[in-house]
Design a protein around this ligand. Structure first.
Ligand code: HEM
Length: 189
C-alpha cells in the first residue's frame, strides 16, 4: 500500500505500481474500481483538491464531486411497465431504456462547467442532484458506506503522504483495457 511506501522518493515503475496498488484500500465495489482510478487521477493532479483531503474540513463536498465526476454505474437499465410520454417521444410499455447516469451527472444545465471537479459547488445541492447512486426505489444500498470509504481512503493518503502528486500530465496517461483504468499511474512525493 502506498501509505507504507518509503516517505520520500521519485517515480519508478515500482512506485507506479505502488500507486495503483492503493486501490484495494477501500475495496473493489466500494471504491468503484476500476473507475476509482479516475478519481485518483483527478485528486492527484489537483494539489488544492488533494490538500483539501488532508485538511480539517470540506472532504464530504470533495467526495460528492468525485462521485459526480467519476460514477461507477454509467447507466441504468429499466423496462417500462406502462407507456410513458416524454417531450422527446413516448416510451411504450415493455420497451427497455438505458438512462445515462454519466450524461446526467455532466449536464451543464444542472452543473456549471460540468467537467471540472469543484468541491466548492454547494455540497447539499450537488449531493441531491447527482445520480451516481441512482434514484428512486433502487437507490444504492451501499451509498453511505461508499462515501465513507472514499473519504477515508483519500484523507488517510493525504495525511500520510501530503506531497504525493501525479507525475504525468492527465492528457498523457495511457489508459488500460478497462474504462478509466490507467495502465500505470506514475506519482512522486
Ligand atoms: C462508489 C460506489 C458505488 C456506486 C457509484 C454505486 C452505484 C449504484 C447505482 C447507480 C445503483 C442503482 C442501479 C439502478 O438503478 O439500476 C446501485 C444499486 C445498488 N448498490 Fe451500489 N454503488 C456503489 C457501491 C455500493 C456498495 C459498496 C454496495 C454494497 C455494500 C452497493 C450495493 C448496491 C445494491 C444492493 C444496489 C441495488 C439496490 C436495489 O436495487 O434496490 N453499492 N449502486
Amino acid at each position: 500500500m502506498l501509505c507504507n511506501a518509503p516517505s520520500r522518493g521519485c517515480t519508478s515503475s515500482n512506485d507506479s505500481a505502488s500507486a495503483t496498488r492503493f486501490e484495494p484500500i477501500h475495496g473493489p465495489h466500494a471504491s468503484g474500481h476500476p473507475h476509482s482510478s479516475g478519481r485518483h487521477c483527478t485528486v492527484l493532479s489537483d494539489p488544492d483538491l488533494y490538500r483539501l483531503f488532508g485538511g480539517p474540513s470540506g472532504q464530504s463536498a470533495a467526495v460528492e464531486e468525485l462521485l459526480r465526476c467519476h460514477s461507477v454505474a454509467l447507466s441504468s437499465l429499466r423496462v417500462a411497465t406502462e407507456d410513458v410520454a416524454l417531450p422527446s417521444g413516448t416510451i411504450r410499455m415493455g420497451e427497455a431504456v438505458l438512462a445515462s447516469i454519466e450524461a446526467a451527472n455532466h449536464d451543464a444545465r444542472v452543473f456549471s462547467t460540468p467537467l471540472n471537479c469543484l468541491p466548492s459547488r454547494d455540497t447539499e445541492a450537488s449531493a441531491k442532484r447527482h445520480l451516481a447512486f441512482g434514484r428512486g426505489p433502487h437507490f444504492c444500498l451501499g451509498s453511505h458506506l461508499s462515501r465513507l470509504l472514499i473519504e477515508a481512503a483519500f484523507t488517510c493518503l493525504a495525511r500520510a503522504v501530503p506531497t504525493l502528486r501525479l507525475d504525468i500530465d492527465l492528457d498523457d496517461i495511457k489508459w488500460g483495457a478497462l474504462r478509466r483504468s490507467p495502465a500505470t499511474l506514475p506519482v512522486s512525493w
